[in-house]
Design a protein around this ligand. Structure first.
Ligand code: GAL
Length: 359
């Protein structure tokens, strides 16, 4: 079985840089700490407070009591291309697990470790090193008090196409893996989780061989999909969904479907989370907008205690050296139904105009 994807090619040589995921003793001039320890420098090497390169790709963030928790794919080891994926440039690293970092200011992160590790001794397990574990997202269930993680689970050739769920008593794990499902019998690949103000949570996922996205309401404990679901963006081949809410309206940013290669983002707006969703176009403006600034969406983070301020989180993939993939975090502005994201070499969260100011 092959994965039917609208993949064209992978931008390879372009992206190969000199830096590796191994932390060196001294930060190089191009690193996030170079000019201002409080500034974000999108696309540059970003180290945690102990000097190790942050390793949390295709991530998402949970906020609780003044602390942000960043979960993502821990990518390590050799990047290689399984035979079945060569035609569409599907390189991989074997699964290590889901990592977690914590921060109070979003700029300085402390590593909490691998909160959901790969399984090494059972090749049939969803979390076996030979599988695919991508785009982990975590929300807290107020009724059960549990932290619930959903993620994309797949086989090496992406034909398994399922959504996995794990649960923990604390935000920093350990998470216990429960199972994977095909929600209402449908394929599930790139995904995200969204928890609404009323406590309901939803899973958005690329389905129908990535042609059409689905949204499904989760059960009260967030551990199962319910039968309440809708098809979105029919035949538009969207993936990498990132959902947020502003002024009572729902927004989603997605990427096109070109594997690790970047493409233009698109956003849509809805009055109801189940739709109808109105496609508005590319939120990115200026140089680099055709490739989402050489990156792919993963999450839109509402800044705590700052209504209307959002950070667009994206991944700048390095298909030939996946562990050296970078994070592109940029201010995201919403005015009415209009969403805009502009490139900044460097920006601060605490600048007078908030997350949107240049330095
Ligand atoms: C992308 C997807 C990533 C990963 C990659 C593999 O399209 O967004 O999460 O699956 O393909 O090539």
């Amino acid at each position: 079985m092959t994965r039917l994807r609208c993949v064209v090619s992978v931008a390879v040589a372009l992206l190969c840089g000199a830096c590796t995921a191994d932390p060196g003793p001294e930060p190089a001039a191009s690193e996030q700490t170079a000019t201002d320890p409080g500034a974000f420098r999108p696309g540059e090497v970003w180290r945690d407070v102990d000097g190790q390169v942050i390793n949390a790709h295709a991530g998402g963030i949970l906020y609780e009591d003044g602390t942000y928790y960043w979960y993502g794919q821990y990518m390590e080891g050799e990047t290689w291309a399984p035979g079945a994926n060569r035609a569409w440039g599907g390189t991989r690293v074997d699964v290590v697990g889901v990592s977690c970092y914590s921060s109070r200011d979003l700029r300085h992160w402390k590593r909490a470790g691998i909160v959901l590790p790969a399984v090494k001794d059972d090749p049939s397990h969803d979390l076996h090193t030979s599988k695919v574990v991508e785009r982990p997202k975590v929300v807290r269930n107020e009724k059960t008090g549990k932290y619930v993680m959903w993620m994309h689970i797949d086989s090496e050739d992406y034909s398994y196409a399922r959504a996995g769920v794990a649960v923990s008593d604390t935000p920093t794990g350990p998470f216990v893996y429960l199972r994977s499902v095909r929600p209402n019998g449908h394929m599930s690949r790139d995904m995200t989780l969204f928890k609404d103000d009323d406590g309901r949570a939803y899973l958005f996922f690329s389905s129908e061989n990535n042609a059409t996205m689905h949204v499904v309401l989760l059960s009260e404990d967030y551990l199962e999909p319910t039968s309440e679901w809708k098809r979105l963006f029919v035949d538009r081949s969207r993936e990498a969904p990132a959902v947020f809410k502003h002024d009572g309206r729902y927004f989603i940013v997605t990427s096109g479907c070109t594997g690790w290669a970047p493409n233009p983002a698109e956003y849509a707006v809805a009055e109801s989370i189940m739709g109808p969703w109105e496609v508005e176009g590319n939120p990115c403006a200026g140089d680099g907008c055709d490739t989402t600034f050489d990156a792919q969406s993963t999450f839109v983070l509402p800044v705590a205690d700052a209504p209307g301020r959002f950070i667009f989180m994206a991944d700048r993939w390095r298909p030939d050296d996946l562990p050296d993939s970078r994070y592109v975090w940029l201010p995201l502005r919403v005015e009415g139904d209009a969403v805009s994201i502009e490139w900044k070499d460097e920006w601060r969260l605490d600048s007078p105009a908030g997350a949107t100011a240049d330095r």
